[in-house]
Design a binder for this molecule. Structure first.
Ligand code: URP
Ligand code: ZN
Ligand code: ZN
Length: 452
């Protein structure tokens, strides 16, 4: 299918221009004024619309295994929600069981993801250090993985011991990859969690109270120091607090390769939600927890001045029934919430339309930087030779986010009632229309694993 998109306003991370786009065999083949319509091309009139690169979500967890069952979106349902929101590429995770090799876990995860309708890749998580881990990391790199994820929280499950983080940083640094880190001091958090429960403080509000911002910031500082010694670039996922930003900005100023991601929920929600009954609070049980209004402001400033490079979603929804696993003990509430569907609309409405970021920064945060940082060379841009992953964005469309109208497979919605503007009216992936007039084309082809 060849497509000619006419009369739109193309927005990339660098520029905003009026021009037409021609796609051919899954790639963007021409950009310019008055492109002659090829005989076999479908034409789309994008007058009054923005034409942006298909967005890249650098942080999602589809069907993440937990004791309360897998996160409720599988790769098919989650990728459909992503497409509805204008996201055409997702980066998920490979999380091996203890004793399982990184490479075996990678191959299994590729199978699990094979019905995704977006394109996909993974960050691979060493959850322990074994004599074979160095070789496994190198083998993952030769199989197209360039980024590895370490959890410093969740010490009793996937969390890596602090001294093993240094080993991962050294190996990945030597091989030219990137380590992404969930920065929270897991041992200290576990002490606080256990203390609360021993005092009969078992309600969901104690989740946030056991994870203060200083535990995130100290972990960030530690990781930055270790990464410097190990000569390894690091990417701090889901930064939520102004205390962490201080360490990140200092390291960046000194020239160290430190990237930071935040998420719409840290920009738009605060800890005032941790009041009410179990079902209300439990939907906001995420890690790190939501912070203060001052943190939101600091995060917007950091997004605007470039300290924070990407907006990911950390999409990890759980149904209320799953959250109820922790009704008597907040430590058993699965951590996470959905978001893959709403990232572009939220960042457009509450970022661009309130003048906190420009249109180009919107595209940079949601598409170009995730693609650049994670080595997706043909994604995140509208340029001749790039993949024909294109979103025609109707800026006038109005929506109110609700569990009743979202496509995410979850009966909870942390952005319930948020009004948004903008719709991914047409979504083109690898040269095929997958969303037309805001509706999924059911015969859409599956996405592909992206070797990086
Ligand atoms: O609460 C969260 N963020 N759950 C997903 C796993 C993680 O920590 O990223
Ligand atoms: Zn995390
Ligand atoms: Zn996550």
């Amino acid at each position: 299918m060849n497509i000619l998109i006419q009369n739109g306003t193309i927005v990339t991370a660098e520029a905003t221009i009026q021009a037409d786009i021609l796609t051919k065999d899954g790639k963007i083949s021409d950009i310019g004024a008055n492109i002659i319509i090829p005989a076999d091309a479908i034409t789309i009139n994008a007058s009054g619309k923005y034409v942006i690169p298909g967005a890249v979500d650098p942080h999602v967890h589809m069907q993440l295994p937990t004791p309360a069952g897998p996160s409720s979106d599988n790769f098919l349902s989650g990728s459909i929600a992503a497409l509805y929101g204008g996201t055409t590429t997702i980066l998920d995770f490979v999380t091996p069981h203890k004793g399982q090799s990184l490479t075996d876990a990678l191959e299994l995860r590729k199978q699990e993801a094979s019905n995704a309708l977006t394109d996909y890749s993974f960050h691979v998580s060493p959850v322990e250090w074994r004599s074979s881990t160095e070789d496994e990391i190198k083998e993952c790199i030769s199989r197209g993985i360039t980024s590895f994820k370490v959890y410093l929280a969740y010490k009793n499950t996937v969390g890596l011991k602090d001294h093993d983080l240094f080993k991962v940083l050294k190996v990945v640094g030597k091989t030219g990859g990137l380590v992404t880190v969930h920065c929270e001091m897991g041992d200290e958090i576990d002490l606080m969690r256990n203390k609360f429960v021993s005092e009969n403080k078992t309600g969901p509000e104690f989740h946030a109270l056991s994870r203060p911002a200083i535990f995130e910031a100290d972990a960030v500082r530690n990781v930055i120091d270790m990464a410097k010694l190990a000569h390894c670039p690091v990417y701090i996922v889901h930064v939520s607090s102004h205390l962490s930003l201080k360490h990140i900005a200092e390291a960046q100023k000194s020239g160290q390769a430190v990237f930071a991601e935040t998420c719409p929920h840290y920009l738009l929600l605060d800890d005032s939600v941790y009041k009410g009954d179990f079902s209300h609070i439990a939907k906001y049980v995420i890690s790190p927890p939501l912070r203060k209004k001052e943190d939101q402001q600091a995060l917007w400033d950091a997004v605007s001045d470039g300290t924070v490079k990407t907006a990911g979603t950390d999409h990890c929804p759980f149904n209320l029934e799953q959250k109820a696993a922790g009704i008597d003990d907040f430590r058993n509430i699965p951590n996470g919430a959905g978001g893959v569907e709403h990232r572009l609309a939220l960042m457009f409405t509450y970022g661009v339309l309130t003048n906190k970021i420009t249109l180009n920064q919107w595209v940079d945060l949601c598409s170009a930087q995730p693609a650049n940082i994670f080595g997706l060379k043909t994604k995140g841009n509208i340029a001749v030779g790039s993949d024909a992953d294109i979103v025609i964005w109707n800026p006038d469309f109005e929506n109110t986010i609700s569990v009743n109208n979202h496509y995410q497979n979850c009966d909870l919605e942390i952005f319930e009632g948020f009004k948004t503007k903008g719709l991914a009216e047409t979504v083109i992936k690898n040269g095929n229309i997958v969303i037309e007039n805001g509706e999924l084309i059911v015969s859409s082809e599956t996405g592909v694993f992206l070797r990086r």
